[in-house]
Design a protein around this ligand. Sequence first.
Ligand SMILES: Nc1ncnc2c1ncn2[C@@H]1O[C@H](COP(=O)(O)OP(=O)(O)OP(=O)(O)O)[C@@H](O)[C@H]1O
Ligand SMILES: [Mg+2]
Length: 353
Amino acid sequence: MNLEQVVNALIAENTPKDGAAPVSIINIQKQDGNVQIILEAKLTQADVLSKVQQQIEKEIAKIPGISSVKVALTSHRQQAPLKKLSLPGVNAIVAVASGKGGVGKSTTALNLALALSKLGHKIGLLDADIYGPSMPRMLGINEKPAVNQNKKLIPLDRYGLKVMSIGFMVPEDSPMIWRGPMVQSALQQMLHDVAWTQDNEYLDLLIVDMPPGTGDAQLTLAQQVSLTGAVIVSTPQDIALIDARKGLNMFHRVNVPILGIIENMSFFCCPKCGEVSEIFSHGGALRESESLGVPFLGEVPIDLKIRLGADQGTSVVIDDPQSKSALIYNQIALNVWKELQKVNQCTPSILVS
Ligand SMILES: Nc1ncnc2c1ncn2[C@@H]1O[C@H](COP(=O)(O)OP(=O)(O)OP(=O)(O)O)[C@@H](O)[C@H]1O
Ligand SMILES: [Mg+2]
């Protein structure tokens, strides 16, 4: 039997036999012996759900080669109202994500945050990559955040953004050997033990730069935090789009609206002759967004200024605001803001497991 068959058998064994399947599998992921299972529950009896959850965790953990099992439950919208975790003073939280590594999530998250801030919005930026934080280098920050009288970390202020990263607390070259539960608690602390706002201040939007993949950290965020929406970043080639689709599906399944897709490294425009080269192909994300019925937010070229900015602790949006790339980020920021207004009127319910 494969994992899916085992889980289905355990569901059948531990749920009432009457009516249509009360609990169904949404997704099963296995990585390095860590298994994550997302189930959708159509029933509301807490005792039955908790039994199903516990039995699956217990039985799957017995399978050789499996070191940890996490079962998360999502619910149908018709069910009883479910509690959402929100951050006081933070009006919206948007994740910048992709299934794949190295496609430019952090670069996009930062430039989007800066462009939104320049539009006059109050923006926070959380680097949720516990394994490989980017913001210390991208913003040239090597100071530790202070702690306020309530023992909450005060985010650092850069270019008008409130920024927090695990990288502010540990040196860049120290290895991050976190295990699943530690990642989750570190992330929760980064969200809840940070004074995102002080006194009567508020943030219009907290942008969360997500780590690559659709594992522990993403699930924690997607399930436990009241995410207003997610922005998916992809490079244009098929292989990246397949991963982007996985990331997108994960948010869909936990009822987080997709604000849209950004195509990064879309094309290269030679700074000397102006010739356009489509290094990673071009237009794949636009086609993908059309086929999935989600907004296309824009395409960012491969630009040396973008890479240099990120490496030197600054950004093209700040240093060269009239450059083509900066103007593109401004337009993407406007598009994201427009989509955010649309979904803000109908935020979904998220079950906290
Ligand atoms: N549009 C672009 N033009 C030029 N360089 C870019 C562009 N976007 C990203 N880069 C560069 O590509 C590299 C990877 O980008 P980044 O770290 O943002 O990716 P990521 O998806 O966040 O990676 P990870 O999955 O490791 O978190 C960086 O060196 C960055 O400067
Ligand atoms: Mg990153």
